[in-house]
Design a protein around this ligand. Structure first.
Ligand code: ZN
Length: 406
């Protein structure tokens, strides 16, 4: 079974619809496939027989919802070994390539310390080589690799694969990432924003599995967001949806690199916490941050602030709780508009620091207009550092089944 066979059968609308249900639901009975697609039971059975012969689907006793009790019925799922997708994550410091099965299982991966701000052409070549090594080491048949999903820190034109705007990696503006990988690796390639990839990975295979409406938030140097509506990424009309870091929160707040003032990322992000700590340090206030000799205060990191807060430093505790409060306020606006079932924060120094997490949670609960009914569960990524790459790989199947096969 090769990817060209798959590309050819997904052009048949009914087959694509059946595969889409199995991709989004992860497992489903024939009856459920029939009810979700509107395709008759007998046609579903014929399609399943065909897909079973091709070893694309298989039977499983695993429950769709593990919380249900009673005898599990036999249902169908995509054969995780039928096909694989490559996930590639382009970052500022450490980039990564990963080979992922249709069940989100990681078959192989490799990290590489790479200056993402150096020449994009060279970075593309190095990452293509790394991806090639991951495939070779895994021993996977290349014919079973359906494509490459690339995660990028910035706004991209996902139909053309071109970077539109990136503040983290400005050297990449106008670079065609999709062509860059297609030329080097000869697989169909797709590009997606990193926060979108994170929330997609978590919704398909992580903590948000089974949820329909999810908001994903990546807190790092800035703030990124991804919105899942009815199990699908909400892209907006120019694929620019989810830029929650640039929501206007404070009228005369700090200047953001986008040109506006008081954007969420200037109030709650790793760089916002660091800027606040430096500003407060300069006032001469008493803080444990001064404990170290020959300490260059201009290089205070978010980890320094968290470490001091853990040791009881009031000043650092306040900086963290203010950042948590601002994130909570920003998320309350989104929660009241989108009413998601779950908000997923990335695994990182701030979200994983309990006082920060609790402040965000409390602020969302207090500001939720619909009260308890409208307050989503706040969770931290279950896939951790794999979330973005697994999500990027998942983009391949998403786009293929949406009719974007190449
Ligand atoms: Zn901004």
């Amino acid at each position: 079974m090769s990817r060209t066979t798959l590309f050819s059968i997904v052009r048949q609308k009914n087959i694509a619809s059946v595969l889409k249900v199995l991709h989004l639901e992860r497992r489903a009975s024939r009856a459920r496939i029939s009810s979700l697609t509107g395709i008759s039971r007998s046609t579903v059975s014929n399609i399943i027989s065909k897909l079973e012969k091709l070893q694309i689907v298989e039977y499983t006793n695993e429950r769709r919802d593990p919380s249900l009790v009673g005898r599990p019925g036999v249902s169908l799922r995509l054969n995780p070994k039928a096909f694989y997708a490559l996930g590639i994550e382009i970052n500022v410091f450490t980039s990564r390539a990963m080979l992922v099965g249709l069940d989100g299982g990681v078959i192989g991966k490799q990290d590489i310390e790479l200056n993402g701000r150096s020449n994009p052409d060279q970075v593309l070549s190095i990452l293509a080589e790394v991806a090639d090594q991951v495939i070779s080491k895994s021993g996977t048949d290349r014919e079973r690799i359906i494509g490459i999903g690339v995660s990028f820190m910035g706004l991209t034109d996902h139909t053309k694969g071109i970077v539109i705007r990136s503040t983290s990696l400005p050297e990449w503006n106008r670079v065609n990432i999709v062509e860059g990988f297609q030329e080097r690796l000869a697989f169909p390639a797709y590009v997606e924003n990193n926060a979108n990839a994170m929330v997609l990975g978590e919704t398909r295979f992580g903590i948000g599995r089974g949820k329909n409406n999810v908001l994903g938030v990546a807190i790092d140097e800035g703030i990124g967001g991804g919105i899942i509506i009815n199990k699908r990424l909400y892209m907006g009309s120019h694929a620019a949806a989810g830029e929650i870091g640039h929501m206007s929160i404070v009228q005369a707040g700090p200047l953001c690199h986008c040109g506006n003032r008081g954007c969420l990322r200037t109030l709650t992000s790793e760089s916002a916490v660091e800027a606040n700590a430096i500003r407060i340090f300069k006032t001469g206030v008493k803080t444990l941050l001064r404990d170290r000799e020959h300490f260059d205060y201009m290089k205070i990191t978010v980890q320094d602030v968290i470490a001091a807060a853990r040791r009881g430093d009031t000043c650092c505790k306040d900086i963290i709780s203010e950042a948590g409060w601002y994130l909570g306020k920003g998320l309350v606006n989104l929660v009241n508009v989108l009413n998601p079932e779950m908000v997923i924060l990335n695994e990182g120094p701030l979200p994983s620091f309990e006082p920060f997490f609790e402040e965000v949670k409390k602020t969302i609960a207090e500001g939720s207009y619909a009260g308890k009914l409208g307050t989503p569960e706040l969770a931290i990524s279950a896939l951790g550092e794999d979330a973005v790459c697994v999500g990027a790989a998942s983009v391949v199947m998403d786009r293929l089944l949406a009719g974007n096969e190449k």
